[in-house]
Ligand binder design. Structure first.
Ligand code: AMP
Ligand code: MN
Ligand code: MN
Ligand code: MN
Length: 280
């Protein structure tokens, strides 16, 4: 599988991405991606369309999702790959997460109305999100459009990140439940972007140890823009636990000109790769 051009982490308009599933698959094909998983936040609504586009583009499409999960009180992201989308236990989890997203969005709207002195944050974010439950990036866009902040980054720092006035803690599925549901749906559970939580090495090892106990099997390591010390730490962790490597760009929009679909560092020779666990 050396040389396979793949991307197992990216987003579409089914969550907070700006390209439709068809546009995303076509762009991936243009960049030479041979094997793709779309990992929208807590939804697989993009798949019906993506399957058709992938067939037309002659690209391998692996089912994927990026779940928001709770590890204790910490919110993490876990990618699921290769699930049987028709598995009732999986659909049930997705419905539960979507319910949590909608309730969170309503509460965020109330908080942001109060914090900004404006009205209609929830309705505004819904209009930007289209048919999907609005997430924080949609509220960020609403804040930018209403001149409350300079840009998305400013919106997160001022209103949306943990501890800020618009933040609402959410009863996401626990890490353990999420791993179990992915396993029971025939998928592989993968810790997403492990360096983004700013954990110490010790805390990351504690997470990975628990994750493996629950039946988790993978960790993202092929990620753009990692510092060499972060890469070293992740390879050390990969060697210490029974985990395979995955990775992807976390592409959301062509405006992220520093990211390209499928453009991720190659895995070091001999690294166990998640694709070998996805039997299709
Ligand atoms: P949510 O799933 O609704 O909590 O939103 C999380 C998403 O917000 C992430 O997947 C990113 O796409 C985006 N995000 C998180 N932090 C930032 C930031 N500082 N600036 C811009 N986008 C961000
Ligand atoms: Mn996102
Ligand atoms: Mn994420
Ligand atoms: Mn993502």
């Amino acid at each position: 599988m050396q040389g396979l051009v793949y991307d197992y982490h990216c987003h579409t308009t089914a969550s907070d991405g700006s390209l439709t599933p068809t546009e995303l698959v076509q762009l991936a094909a243009e960049h030479g991606v041979q094997s793709l998983a779309i990992t929208d936040h807590d939804t697989v609504a993009g798949y019906e369309e993506a399957i058709v586009a992938a067939r037309a583009a002659n690209i391998e499409l692996i089912t994927g999702v990026e779940l928001s999960v709770l590890w204790g009180r910490v919110e993490l992201h876990m990618v699921g790959l290769g699930m049987e989308l028709s598995a009732p236990i999986f659909s049930h989890l997705i419905a539960q997460q979507q319910g949590a997203r909608t309730e969170r969005a309503i509460k965020m709207g109330v908080r942001l109305d109060k914090a900004t002195g404006l009205q209609g944050a929830y309705e505004g974010a819904c209009a930007i999100a289209g048919t999907v439950a609005p997430g924080r990036p949609h509220f960020a866009q609403w804040l930018v459009a209403n001149k409350q902040v300079r840009d998305m980054e400013h919106a997160f720092n001022r209103f949306l990140k943990v501890g800020r006035s618009g933040y609402v803690s959410t009863p996401w599925v626990t890490l353990q439940e999420a791993v179990e549901v992915i396993n029971q749906s025939g998928g592989i559970a993968v810790i997403a972007h492990p360096t983004r939580y700013r954990f110490t090495r010790m805390k990351l090892r504690r997470l990975l140890s628990e994750f493996c106990t629950y039946g988790g099997k993978g960790m993202e390591i092929a990620l753009p823009r990692l510092a060499p010390t972060q890469t070293d730490m992740l390879y050390d962790c990969l060697a210490e636990f029974p985990l395979v490597a995955s990775g992807g760009s976390d592409f959301h929009s062509p405006q992220q000109h520093w990211l390209t679909l499928g453009k991720i560092p190659p895995l070091k020779e001999g690294t166990p790769f998640v694709r070998s666990l996805l039997n299709r």
